[in-house]
Ligand binder design. Sequence first.
Ligand SMILES: N=c1c2ncn([C@@H]3O[C@H](COP(=O)(O)OP(=O)(O)OP(=O)(O)O)[C@@H](O)[C@H]3O)c2ncn1[C@@H]1O[C@H](COP(=O)(O)O)[C@@H](O)[C@H]1O
Length: 111
Amino acid sequence: MTDRQDKPFGLSDLEAIIARRAKESPDVSYTAKLVAAGVGRSAKKLGEEAVEAVIAAVENDRNGLVSESADVLYHLLVVLHARDIALQDVLNELERRTAQSGLAEKASRGA
Ligand SMILES: N=c1c2ncn([C@@H]3O[C@H](COP(=O)(O)OP(=O)(O)OP(=O)(O)O)[C@@H](O)[C@H]3O)c2ncn1[C@@H]1O[C@H](COP(=O)(O)O)[C@@H](O)[C@H]1O
């Protein structure tokens, strides 16, 4: 059995695909096209997809929210790749935050 059959598809799998496809020609890869256009382009796409996810959530469009969430996660990983930030750095930050409730963190900032 391959790794892929042993475990469900995860964000680290997509991160690896993005890193591989970014090296391809922009003619054959959307990822490569985005990366070649500069971080501003992928960041703008991330913002657009986030707004579309927000709209799907507010409209209670379940399928739309799943689809737009996938777009958000893909474009976020492209932005992280463009800025040379590993997904693990983000996961480490999330793990660090598990030591404290979000409300306690907010109160510590006086917010
Ligand atoms: N997960 C994704 C993924 N999600 C969304 N998208 C693309 O993101 C774009 C979303 O933008 P829009 O909905 O605005 O569509 P669009 O008008 O075509 O986009 P623009 O021309 O405005 O950039 C679409 O072109 C989608 O195809 C993705 N493109 C690629 N992937 C993954 O990346 C892998 C490699 O893809 P390539 O780099 O294209 O080989 C794929 O096998 C997938 O695993």
